[in-house]
Design a protein around this ligand. Structure first.
Ligand SMILES: Cc1cc2nc3c(=O)[nH]c(=O)nc-3n(C[C@H](O)[C@H](O)[C@H](O)COP(=O)(O)O)c2cc1C
Length: 325
């Protein structure tokens, strides 16, 4: 399939694996890229710029296809070494950077000077327009369904994607709630030129996370996610578990007085324990409603090949059939 996204990133299929904390390691990024999509390493999971450089080198050893690095800009007091990370990205020959969180304007000149394409993840049309105006090459439009941080507007992709199509000139991909060929074809119909998947890619053979995480996603239904930290305006969609129920109780008790420190036990530093050790109930971890559509643990190649084959059948079979006289 050829879209402005496949052309921009030099990939075969318009499918991107979004950056994911403690999931987006070289093993997953390389597997997605080798399958013809765009795999993405998550920079902030690495403890330093030097460690990120090593992860990029490892990915370069595992694939000769383009892959990306996610740079998430968080509202934190002690900012990570973004400058060092950008240097590692450029020196590692990375072709694409996925930015997320705050406005990425400070890293754009260095990345563009190095010929790197930038796709910014946005949860609102106004943020997508801002990304376009500062020179991002593409955007990921992340709807309310998404695993992770859906923003505070709560606009699902059925509305958000056509709204983005009406406003944007640069190409965009759908993100949030995407799982299969139906997602891809629907996204294309609504004006996107590809799709970004997070949760779906965790439940793959190559995702270097504990089997318990993959099993939890397969077992979950679309009813099993919760929104946490809304009172802090840092909303996150997570899979429900006892720690999340405790967190929501604390939120209810504290009301408008809630501080980050009140819920720190449930959210801070829990990712390595969950993703690497499979300690599933220790805290809150991002997961999309799309878990309800995930029933298997294929390889990335099986997943992507299946999506492209089924998409062809939907477009040239089911949809064409509706047009028959
Ligand atoms: C476990 C997990 C961790 C994530 N970590 C990050 C992150 O560090 N930075 C980021 O930009 N997005 C992160 N995301 C969001 C994904 O990149 C993607 O936008 C989102 O998962 C799309 O929604 P979906 O899960 O419905 O496919 C994360 C998502 C999940 C499920």
């Amino acid at each position: 399939m050829k879209t402005r996204i496949t052309e921009l990133f030099g990939i075969e299929h318009p499918i991107i694996q979004g950056g994911m904390h403690y999931v987006g390691f070289a093993e997953l990024a390389a597997a997605v890229s080798n399958a013809g999509g765009l795999g993405i390493i998550t920079a902030l999971t690495q403890p330093s710029a030097e460690a990120l450089a090593n992860e990029i080198a490892k990915c370069n050893d595992m694939t000769d296809k383009p892959f990306g690095v996610n740079l998430t800009f968080l509202p934190v007091v002690n900012a990570p070494d973004y400058e060092g990370m950008v240097k590692a990205i450029i020196e590692g020959g990375v072709k694409v950077v996925e930015t997320a969180g705050n406005n990425p304007v400070q890293v754009l000149p260095a990345l563009h000077d190095a010929g790197i394409k930038v796709i910014h993840k946005c949860t609102a049309v106004r943020h997508a327009l801002k990304a376009q105006s500062i020179g991002c090459d593409a955007v990921s439009v992340d709807g309310f369904e998404c695993g992770g941080h859906p923003g505070e507007d709560d606009i699902p992709n059925m509305i958000l994607l056509p709204r983005a199509a009406d406003e944007l000139d640069i190409p965009f991909v759908s993100s949030g709630g995407q799982a299969d060929a139906r997602s891809l074809v629907a996204s294309l119909a609504m004006g996107a030129e590809g799709m970004n998947m997070g949760t779906r890619f965790i439940a793959t053979k190559e995702a270097p996370v504990h089997q318990n995480v993959k099993d939890a996603i397969v077992a979950a239904s679309e009813l099993d996610t919760r929104l946490v930290m809304r009172p802090l305006r840092n909303t996150e969609r997570v899979l429900n578990n006892p720690a999340v129920e405790k967190l929501l109780e604390i939120e209810k008790e504290k009301g408008a007085e809630l501080q980050f420190t009140d819920v720190i036990e449930q959210v801070a530093g829990v990712y390595p324990k969950i993703m690497l050790e499979g300690d599933m109930d220790i805290g809150a971890w991002s997961c999309g409603m799309v878990a309800g559509l995930i029933n298997d643990i294929p390889t990335c190649k099986e997943l992507i090949d299946g999506i492209m084959k089924d998409a062809d059948e939907i477009i040239n079979g089911r949809l064409k059939g509706f047009q028959a006289a």
